[in-house]
Design a protein. Structure first.
Length: 164
């Protein structure tokens, strides 16, 4: 059985919240006096949930997010989720420096973060892949296939986010 809490939301025994949704500050979890955990949307989570989404609301599978969702998400990240904001800007700067292929990006991550994270090559690769997938869906980067290789470039939206 897959633990969905890792990706969605999970309250550890020590009360610390894990998972994408609490880390993005879109939900909060609370344990009642009997130990049962309840989940609720934050104000930002409610606003984001109310935005029209191409996939959910229009059955349009061409894009994951519309421009309003992307703008809200990026503004929210910039103001409220410093770790994600820093990670996005780190990668955008690397692309501007000309580090544009997966292996080189992984090497940069290893050089700067492997000791801090105590991370294996697999962890480095997973972190990079997740970050790049999010950034691609948000329109901050684009990919260009060159044979079996892919080169990543920063978009105008990415350049604008980097200026914040």
């Amino acid at each position: 059985m897959v633990n969905k809490g890792h990706f969605l939301a999970y309250m550890r025994k020590d009360g610390i919240l894990d998972g994408a949704m609490p880390c993005l500050r879109f939900v909060n979890l609370k344990r009642n006096e009997r130990g049962k955990v309840f989940i609720g949307l934050t104000e930002a989570g409610l606003i984001f949930a109310k935005l029209e989404n191409p996939v959910i609301d229009q059955q349009n599978f061409e894009r994951s997010f519309n421009e309003k969702e992307i703008d809200f998400y990026l503004t929210h990240i910039f103001k409220n989720v410093k770790g994600e904001n820093s990670a996005i800007k780190w990668l955008l700067r690397k692309l501007i420096e000309g580090i544009v292929v997966r292996e080189d990006i992984n090497n940069e991550l290893k050089k700067e973060f492997s000791q801090v994270w105590n991370a294996s090559d697999a962890v480095i690769n997973t972190q990079r892949a997740g970050l790049m997938a999010r950034m691609y869906e948000l329109g901050l980067i684009e990919k260009k296939k060159m044979g079996i290789n892919v080169r990543y470039n920063i978009t105008d939206k990415g350049k604008n986010f980097l200026k914040k």
